[in-house]
Design a protein around this ligand. Sequence first.
Ligand code: AMP
Ligand code: ZN
Length: 153
Amino acid sequence: MNHRVRRLRAQESTLYSDAMSECIFCKIVEGSLPSHKVFENDDCYAFLDIFPASRGHTLVIPKKHVRDIHEADALTYSKVAAAAKAVADLLAATLGSEGTTVFQMSREAGWQTVFHLHMHVIPRWKDDGLHKPWDIEPANDADLREVLQQITK
Ligand code: AMP
Ligand code: ZN
């Protein structure tokens, strides 16, 4: 490895560990920031959201630092999804919720604000007053075909 590559690698690993040491969810996993633990297994940790959309709103995260859905490997993402399923069932059984909404925001344009992958598991009740964050309009068939062509070409 030449000097330039070695220097870049060193910078990269410093940046990466800085990002992790600044990450509030990594701090929650290691216990240096407090949290209200709901669930834990070898790979994932789940805790109450401190700005809850509903009673019992829980965040499910991988214990290792992964930024978002695009940077996660499929196995890590599937472990978070499996833990979110366990949490959804736990909340439904214990809180008597009537439904569940799961959200996963990735990157700024996807509304992510904490850059450690997480799934929101939101217990729902018919009269809880939450609403979908997008306006519903019927799609134009030509637009559907055009986007499908781009996706599948
Ligand atoms: P997102 O906007 O999808 O990135 O979600 C980040 C979520 O983390 C928000 O719903 C916040 O309320 C929540 N949050 C931020 N800091 C904490 C914390 N220290 N403990 C629990 N939840 C938090
Ligand atoms: Zn992190």
